[in-house]
Design a protein around this ligand. Structure first.
Ligand SMILES: N[C@@H](CCC(=O)N[C@@H](CS)C(=O)NCC(=O)O)C(=O)O
Length: 222
C-alpha cells in the first residue's frame, strides 16, 4: 500500500495534492512538529534516516525528497498524465522546474524564514535589538534582492504559458506550488499577477482542496 508520511504544515502537502490529482489510493500517517523547535518527531527517522517530510513508502521502497517522490509517483501511477512527452521542449521545462524548486527557489525562502525568526525568544530580550538589526540587514542586503529576482523570473515564465511547463498542469507545477506558497506567505512584497493567478488556480482545484482536507492545517513552517 502506498503510504505518505505527512508532517503538519510541510512540503508533503504537495505530495497529497499530486496523489489526489492522480486519483491514487494512499494511506496517510500523520506526524506533528515539535511546537517549539518545529522539528519533525524522531519517529520519522524510523522511515528514513534524515527524518524529513515528505517520505513515501510503497512496498519495499522508502522514498524521500519531494522532487524524486513526484517523479516516482508519476512514473509508477501517472499513465502518461502530469508529465509532458519525452523529447519535447515542455519535458525539458518540466525537468528544470522539478529540480529548480528545491535547488534554487527554496534556499533564499528558507533563509528568509530563519532571519525573520531570529530575533524571537529564546534570544534574550537584552540582545534582541542587536539581533533584529543584524537580521534586518541580512534580509535587506542579501535575501530580499534574491527573492525579488526569483519572483520576477516566475512572473516572466508564467506570462509565457498557463503552467510552468506549458499549457497543461504537470508535476512541475505541484513541485513549484510550495516555493510560490512560501513566497506569498513570507517574501514581504506583493507577488506579480501571473504568480497570484497561478496560486488562485491551484487553490480552486478540487484535488488541491481534497489534499488540504486530508492533510489538515497548512500554515507554512519551512
Ligand atoms: N528538500 C527536501 C526538504 C525536506 C524538508 O526539509 N522537510 C521539512 C518539512 S517542509 C521537514 O521535514 N522539517 C522538519 C525537520 O527538519 O525536522 C524535500 O523537498 O523533500
Amino acid at each position: 500500500m502506498l503510504t505518505v508520511h505527512h508532517l503538519n504544515n510541510s512540503r508533503s502537502q504537495r505530495v497529497l495534492w499530486l496523489l489526489e490529482e492522480l486519483g491514487c489510493e494512499y494511506q496517510l500517517v500523520k506526524y506533528q512538529r515539535d511546537p517549539l523547535t518545529l522539528l519533525a518527531p524522531p519517529e520519522l527517522k524510523r522511515i528514513h534516516p534524515l527524518g524529513k517530510s515528505p517520505v513515501v513508502t510503497d512496498g519495499a521502497h522508502a522514498l524521500a525528497e519531494s522532487g524524486a517522490i513526484i517523479e516516482y509517483l508519476i512514473d509508477r501511477y501517472g499513465n502518461g498524465r502530469l508529465r509532458p512527452p519525452a523529447g519535447t521542449a515542455e519535458r525539458l521545462r518540466y525537468s528544470y522546474w522539478l529540480h529548480y524548486a528545491e535547488g534554487s527557489a527554496m534556499p533564499p525562502l528558507l533563509l528568509k524564514l530563519v532571519f525573520l525568526r531570529l530575533p524571537r525568544p529564546p534570544v534574550p530580550a537584552l540582545i534582541r535589538p542587536i539581533v533584529r538589526a543584524v537580521a534586518a540587514r541580512a534580509q535587506r542586503t542579501f535575501i530580499d534582492p534574491q527573492l525579488r529576482a526569483h519572483a520576477g523570473f516566475w512572473e516572466t515564465e508564467l506570462a509565457k504559458s498557463t503552467w510552468f511547463a506549458g499549457e497543461e498542469l504537470t508535476g512541475a507545477d505541484v513541485q513549484m506550488s510550495f516555493p510560490l506558497e512560501a513566497a506569498a506567505a513570507r517574501a514581504g512584497f506583493a507577488l506579480g499577477p501571473k504568480v497570484t493567478q497561478f496560486l488562485e488556480r491551484i487553490h480552486a482545484r478540487p484535488a488541491y482542496q481534497r489534499a488540504l482536507a486530508a492533510g489538515g492545517e497548512f500554515r507554512l513552517a519551512c
